[in-house]
Every structure is written in C-alpha cells, then in structure tokens.
Design a protein around this ligand. Sequence first.
Ligand SMILES: [Zn+2]
Length: 568
Amino acid sequence: MPETFALETYARRAFNYLDRMVDADGLPYFNVFWERPAEAAHDWPDYGDVMTRALQGAVMARHMTGRACVNEKRWLAKALGYVDPTTGLLTRPKTTWCAGGADAGDYALTLYALVTVYDDAPDPELAAEIRKMVDAFPTFGKENTGYVAFIIKSLMAAARSLGYAKAAQYAGECVRHVTVDTPIIQEDNTYATGGHMHIFTRGLVGIADYALYVKDPVLFSRVDAAYRYIRTLDPGFGFLPEVVDRQGDVIACETCALMDYVGLGVTLANNGHPEYWGGIERLVRNHMVESQAVDNSWLVSDPVGKDTDQFTHREIGERMVGAYAGWSSPTHFLACKEFLHWGGPELRGKARAFQNCCGGSGTHAYYIAWKHASQFADGVLSVNMHLDKLLPQAEVRCFQPWRGLLTIALKADCGVRVRIPDFARKEGVRVTIAGKETPFSVSGNFLRLAGRKAGERIEVRYPVPVRVEKVTIGNRRAGRSSEGQFRQYSYRVTWKGDTVVRMEPVGRMPKSGYSDFEKSKVELYYGEDGPGRLYRRAHMLADAEPALAELHEDTSPVDYWGTGLRGR
Ligand SMILES: [Zn+2]
C-alpha cells in the first residue's frame, strides 16, 4: 500500500543506524568496508566528526519523530568529555587508529552540534562551554582554506543562538579570508576543479548567513550566483558530484554535500528566491531520499561476528539500514569500487562501502527540508514544498506522485500561500474549500487565499504530467585520460510531476574506468549492474490512493536556514 511522502518516514528509519552502529562505549564508526563479510572500523573522524554529526542528527530526528536515539545523551556527554578544559577545544584521544589532537574540522562540527543541543534545550552551562569554544577560534591558523570556510556556519549559529557578537566577528574574518584573501569561490562564483562539494556548499551556507547578518547584498548575491553554478552540476534530481570535475571517470554523490545543498537552497529561497523551492523539492523527493540505505543485501554480513577494539563484524548490513550513501551513482548506492588509503595497515586497501560522516548528515538534510516544507509566520501559512507536514496551525497532505492533490486542514484563522509546482500551469490549478470551487490570486509561483478560517479543508488540484528527458553526468571540464576523454554517463529519466519514477542507463555502460583516487582502473556501477539499485519506482507510474503517512507535529525551535527572516 503506497503512502504519502513524509520525511518523518525516512527519519524513523535513520534510528536503526543511529541506535545500533556504535561500539559498546557508544562510539560510532567512520568506515564500513565491502569485505566478505562486511566490517566497520573506527578511524580518526569518529570523535569530533562522525559522532557530533550523529548527535546533531539525533536531536533533529527527535524533533521529526518524537523518538529519542538511545545514544543521544551518551554522545553529548562523550563530546563534552573530549573538550579540553584549558583550551576549550574538542581534542581527539590518542589511540592506535587516531593520532589525537584538535583540528578545525572537528571544531566546526562540534560547535554546530552543541549549538543545536543548546537551541533544543537552553542550558547556561552549555552556553558557557559554547562561548569558550568560540573564544578558542584564534588558535587555528588559516592555512587550510576549506576548514576556514567550513567553520563559518557554526560560528554564525553560535552568534545568533547565544547572541554572541564575537562569534559573528570571527565568522566575518573567515568570510574575508575565503572570499578575498584566499578565495574559495572563484571570481566568477564557480569552484575550482577538484574542489570538495561538501566544503564548498557548507562554506556558502555560512557565507549566506553572515551576509544576511551584516546586511551585505553584494556578498549575498555572490552566494546566489554560486548556488546557480552548483545547480548546473546537478542533472535535476539532486545528484551532486562529491568532487568538482574529477580528473577521471568516477563521479559520485556524497550525502553530506546534499545536506548543505538543501541548506543553501532553503536559505536563499527564504530570503528573496522563492523560485528555488521547486528545485529543492526535486532534490528532496529524489536523490536525497534515494541516498538512504534501505536494502543492504549487497553487503554480505556475518550474523555473529565478534567485535574487537577497532572493528565490528556483526550484522553490518542490517545495522547500516537507515544510514546514507557516501558515493552513489544515479543507479546505485555505490558508484565504483575504490579503496581506503589512509590510516594503519589494518585499514588500507579495503573497499569502501560507506563513509559515515554521511550517517548524521542525511538526517540533518531531511530536517532542513522538513522544517521548511510548510511554515506558519505572521498569520500566514506558506506551503513551500508539496510534502506532508503537520504544524500546530495546519495539517498539509500531498498526494504526489500518486495524484495531483494537496490538502490543507486548517486549525487557525490565517492567510494561505501554496507554491504552484513548476510543472503545473496556473490555469490548470483548481482550489476547492469545503468542496466548493474557490477563486484565488497568484503572485509569482504562489497562489494565495486570504482570510481563511480554522476548520476549513482546502484542496488544491493540478495535473501531474509524465515526461521523459535525457541527462548526462560526468566530469565536464576534465581533461583526457591515456585512453581519451573522461567518460560521461547518460540516463533516460522519467518524471511524474516532481518525482523520478524511472532511471534508465542509456547505451552500453563501461564496467570499469580510470579513478584518479586509485591512479588505476576500478569497477564502475553506472549501468544496471552494481550494489544497491536505486530508483526502483516504476510502480509509481500508476495512479493510486495512498494511505496517510504518520506525521509528527513541528514544534521545534531548531532552525538555521530562515535566518534572514528573523528580526525583519
Ligand atoms: Zn559524508
């Protein structure tokens, strides 16, 4: 029985991963290897990266579902336990797999997670820890420009949530560094070949926040231009390369980058660019949810494997359900078979299946979209995306792709705005209230209904067309390999409204290709063969009457993507 599209459904699935994929002490694992049987291994990012992302994701998942991750409190205690009382920095312990010490990446992720915990439940002691962490910012040099960009959003979150001006001042230093001194955004607002998409998008989410904070329209305009550039790298369903124009045949999508892609789009859409909501919805409905692991039968798992200090071999496929793709292709959960090249000999040369930075990031991505799908502010309900959403003031249900219908059960007197889907013509949209056809006004891509009353049921109907398009992905600006031009991959994409219902490889897909990471040929999974086929959605072509998905009311105070709206 099909269900309506609700991000709560996906957040609930994330708990399997968040609850189960830790060691006896609660520490998560960065690496999952595609060995026989599959195994997961601790690595240096586990402390200030994987765990604090998971903590932030767990807080967000709780707001989306009402359910708490069994590790949430333990992760907070562990993160605070790793904070050095003298320096105020999260300091990784020294182990056989971790050199120990503090770095700017851990700093950025831990600070952001702690601010999220604070916004969830303000606590003066935690506020003091956060201020101390902000104060420690000058201990980092600026030689790693990517890290400098990565920190901005975390500092801005601290600046806004705690009203801590010093955090905004430091964010400003970072912004100047990455836009003027050592530009990470090139002069034409593009990103250099080989740039890491998650760093770029996270940097832009932070720069957008800072531009709104200091009211700098030129800076905000540059962020907007960079977002439009990123969209040229997306074939339209939310597949974003992890690395811009790799010098090889591999192109893969990392969930962490999708998280900041959606955060960036939502920040812009909330602040002068409502034309972006349609593209964000297509990202959410398609590659963002396809990036969640549902069927890991391609990972051969040992049901009883014994854990060691560093490794776990037990039920890896089952425990990884609800985690997220680190390197997907348009058709498979993994784009290629590449190997790990860092750490000790116990890690090297093993095939990478998951990178669990994405384990917290995917849930974070869902939260951003869920939080902003529909919003109520200043006596107006805005339905930005046609996703199910339960607010104290309204229950919004959307029946795409099964039917072109959106219903709103109002619980408050208010004005109503509903975005008209990009594929629908406004002449084809019909609105009924209590079964009676009702006229509406249109402003841009939203229809408006003034003076609606609590208790009313509003129905918005529109046709949902099926269309087929051909798209191509690949490393566009890349040069030539020894065998010729780097490969591109084409797909016939069948859309039903804003939902991809078929993803068909076009032509003969190569079984192997050049990896600049491996400096050799690797197996590729861009065709029909490979691990974890995505877009098994042909059943969605038929119309149906979906059951209503289980929703959870949004009363969450955690929000970092409508920032310009505050204090207007
Ligand atoms: Zn990741």
